[in-house]
Ligand binder design. Sequence first.
Ligand code: HMG
Length: 396
Amino acid sequence: MTGSALRVGIHDLAFATAHQVLDLGALAEHNGVDANKYYIGIGQTEMSVPAADEDIVTMGAQAAAQILERHGADGIRTLLFATESGIDQSKSAGVFVHSLLGMGENCRVVELKQACYSATAALQFALGIVARDPREKVLVIASDVARYALDSSGEPTQGAAAVAFLVTADPALVEIEPVTGLYTDDIADFWRPNYLSTALVDGKFSLAAYLRSLEGAWSEYRDRGGVGFDQIDRFCYHQPFTKMAVKAHDRLVTIAGAGLDREARRAQLDASLEMNRRTGNSYTASIYVGLLSLLEHDDADLAGRRIGFFSYGSGSVSEFFTGVVQPGYRAVLRVDADARALDDRAPIGFPRYRRLHQDVDAVAGEDYATAVETPGPFRFAGVSEHVRRYERTTHA
Ligand code: HMG
């Protein structure tokens, strides 16, 4: 089902994460709980932790650089930056990335926010731009650092990662189909007031709200002519922690009346959880990290197979939609580089994790320079005269 002659979708998808990692066993030890509560109960083994000179811009630029290296910047006239860990109340983080990557002046750059959902809004807006003029190419970046207060119940569900994807006509990776189901509900399940650097959350309520939104979005998707559950081969959910996707898929199987046993349900889902289990929550990027994980870790040939996506952003806005994996998709993936991005992170101990967490708030309003720490190609150098300074590193 393509719905129109013009095929539009994701042509390329690249990943980056922070360069340090904390094993959740260390957090479990500090909290005096069994590590399996995190490893199995919430389905997270590790979380990426940004160094002092890493943030949403450096991760986003590192992801996007891989796209430009392959395709060049010519023809990219729109850059959409989705995040909920914005670094300025006015200027888009995308403008910093645009500059770091040396992109051309004839480009619109804007930041989008609606909790974890906004990368999907960016995707839908990008599809519209390309559908209107198939010569257009849109670069979408989703980048977030998930932060909760120290010693709060959300702490094991932190993390950091970015994706960048190119939306074009005749996509090489995943064609996005036109039918979508939407669901918006004004609730306080998770939010971050302007005066806080960490999110507030009503944990159990947020889980229930996520599942209720899934039902609402799926229902509208079906009402608008979306395909039946049995015509979808794989599923990819927003993953605040991987067990949430498992709960969501179980719920969808039930409401769709699909009657699948545990093994069959997990076969539709499990490959999408591999990378997120190691990055932790990456808010806007999470569902697209899940897509990359699915494409890279599913042993089956997914060409021609349909993926169902459920994107959820607290507050809340959500969307169910589908895409079809394109023939030759494996040639587009960067499997080794993505594995290295996870494997090569520097393990840090619990005291350093705590210190970095506290340091984020320590210097508000003053000039400062960050220590040179990241082994990545871009770094946040510090603040002078209230302006954030970014630079390429010698690894670039
Ligand atoms: P908690 O209360 O500490 O954990 O917080 P729990 O007691 O519910 O235990 C978690 C699971 O571990 C349970 O499994 C336990 O049974 C199990 P379940 O019953 O749920 O299947 N467990 C064990 N398993 C194996 N061995 C053991 C063991 N002990 C316990 N020894 C909570 C958990 C997720 C609530 C907390 O971490 C939190 O508040 N996280 C943040 C909120 C969140 O992620 N919400 C998700 C939905 S909202 C969303 O997705 C949007 C978001 O990404 C933000 C945005 O949109 O911008 C968050």
